[in-house]
Design a protein around this ligand. Structure first.
Ligand code: ZN
Length: 171
């Protein structure tokens, strides 16, 4: 048979819900009318027990005081490592570019200058002067374009080499 809540139940609930866990525990131990109702009524007894049980719940756990400090210190170490790697990457890129430039620029430049000078000397008896000047200018422009392409390539190499290091896995 279903338990019917009586006016006693309403009074008991009001008394239980208005009390602290310690008071609820005292109700379960004490005497009087309320205790008699709790003995007879499973629903109100359960309510009083649940409330009394809250008194034995341990207080929330505080994290150790140095958790934040340790996390910040760890992040600082990681940040220093990433910065160090970034500096190294830039240095490596600069060295690579310097190496390519040291090899790649003087040789073509010397070749272009010699072609320009000796070409003019050799072609002077064969070609009229205006055509010679035009060819010299065209060759100078072509060399300039070649040097620009070389500088562009060096910039690309530097950019590829100086990519920042991969982000650390935080998981
Ligand atoms: Zn009751």
């Amino acid at each position: 048979m279903k338990h019917l809540r009586t006016i006693d139940c309403l009074n008991a609930e009001e008394a239980i819900l208005g009390s602290s866990p310690a008071e609820a525990a005292a109700m379960l131990r004490g005497g009087g009318e309320l205790r008699a109702h709790l003995d007879a009524c499973a629903a109100c007894r359960t309510l009083a027990r649940d409330l009394a049980a809250l008194g034995s719940v341990p207080p929330p756990v505080e994290p150790p005081a140095d958790v934040c400090a340790r996390a910040i210190a760890g992040a600082a170490i990681e940040l220093r490592r990433v910065r160090r790697e970034a500096r190294r990457a830039v240095l490596r890129a600069a060295m690579r570019v310097a190496l390519v430039a040291a090899i790649g620029v003087p040789l073509p430049l010397a070749w272009a200058v010699s072609v320009w000078r000796y070409g003019a000397v050799w072609l002077a008896p064969l070609l009229p002067q205006p055509l010679l000047v035009f060819l010299g200018g065209a060759f100078a422009l072509a060399c300039l374009a070649g040097l620009s392409a070389l500088a562009f390539t060096l910039t690309l190499i530097a950019g590829a080499a100086a990519r920042p290091p991969r982000a650390p896995a935080w998981s």
